[in-house]
Design a protein. Structure first.
Length: 349
């Protein structure tokens, strides 16, 4: 059912604010490519949200409906557009060679996020966001997972900040590591593509090393994006089962989960993502449109993260403390080491 005219009208102020912040953040990202648009969007949004709350005595007022829409629906639509960057042929060709590296780094990262996160007493939602952001593809993975697990804005902002700091460090540290180990252009491209998160940071890191490294890293990074699919489906299934158990327990005290239909476990935007990949593969979407779709997806993610920044609760960030940052750094080091180790085992270095 389409939204009513009143709903659209009530959402306009918040959406307009998020779009305005997104435009400014995009311009900042163009001037400082290593930042990209999403990180400045979160920061600027958080500052604007803080100023609005001061004026409105702690509330967002008329901005709330639009901010909520931009931080959810806009974010989901952006994930759909990401599919235009991939074709099944590219996935099979690059993925077949680098699959052991991608799978191993992902498993190590998610397992460490769970284990180290529990030791550091980081909340489940926040360690999930940091884990998928580090293990898959930064802002895009966080965008895909956020609506599935119902993460709050403070957790999203903290995860984004943690991953951004690690990406900045990678731009300076990884080329030094590559030269110290004598990595080939191809090996470094696989390293950067599997151990750095957001595309802008992957490009920045690999560009320092060389053109061939950059070409390899970008394709590996795009194929790595597909890891979002099983992760989101798995998380959706866990959330559905948890909800079913809670509902069953509240209904009859048995705690038994009812049957969950498979199609309900797959978010609509993930289906859209796969449809776009298929359209790209069969040529309905030509390769020439991929850059435009990528630009649109990045801008929509930037707008959505601006809205998330506006709705960020600074009190919750302060309460989270430094432990999530330690978790992010630990995962970053583990993923980098695992990527190099698996390449050495499979003779890719």
């Amino acid at each position: 059912m389409p939204p009513s005219r009143d709903a659209v009208r009530s959402a306009l102020p918040g959406v307009a604010l998020a779009v305005g912040i997104g435009i400014v953040a995009t311009l900042v990202g163009r001037e400082v490519p290593v930042l990209g648009g999403p990180v400045p969007a979160v920061v600027l949004g958080a500052v604007v949200g803080w100023l609005v709350r001061r004026r409105e005595h702690g509330a967002l007022g008329a901005l709330q409906p639009g901010v909520k829409f931009a931080s959810s629906r806009v974010l989901q639509f952006a994930v759909v557009l990401l599919g235009a960057q991939l074709s099944i042929g590219e996935v099979l060709r690059i993925g077949g060679e680098t699959l052991p590296v991608m799978l191993t780094t992902l498993v190590v990262c998610l397992a460490a996020a769970w284990g180290i996160g529990r030791l550091l007493r980081v909340s489940g939602a926040l360690r999930t966001l940091i884990g998928v952001g580090t293990g898959i593809c930064g802002a895009s993975a966080i965008a895909a997972v956020t609506p599935v697990i119902g993460a709050v804005s403070a957790d999203v902002a903290y995860a984004m900040s943690t991953i951004f700091l690690c990406n900045i460090a990678a731009v300076f540290v990884f080329p030094l590591v590559g030269h110290a180990l004598g990595l080939s252009q191809h090996a470094f491209g696989v390293f950067a593509g599997t151990a750095v998160n957001d595309t802008s940071s992957v490009v920045a890191t690999a560009t320092v090393y060389g053109r061939q490294a950059t070409d390899t890293a970008v394709v590996v990074k795009l194929v790595r994006t597909l890891m979002i699919i099983p992760i989101v489906v798995g998380l959706a299934g866990l959330e559905a089962r948890r909800t079913a158990r809670e509902q069953a327990a509240s209904a009859d005290g048995s705690g038994r989960a009812g049957g969950v239909r498979v199609f309900r476990l797959v978010p609509w935007f993930l289906i859209g993502f796969l449809v776009v990949v298929l359209l790209r593969t069969v040529g309905v979407l030509p390769a020439a449109v991929a850059p435009g779709f990528a630009t649109a997806a990045t801008f929509l993610i930037t707008v959505a993260l601006a809205a998330i920044g506006v709705s960020t609760d600074f009190g919750a960030l302060r309460r989270a403390g430094f432990r999530p940052m330690l978790l992010g750094i630990a995962l970053w080091v583990l993923v980098a080491g695992t990527s190099l180790g698996v390449q050495a085992v499979f003779g890719l270095l």
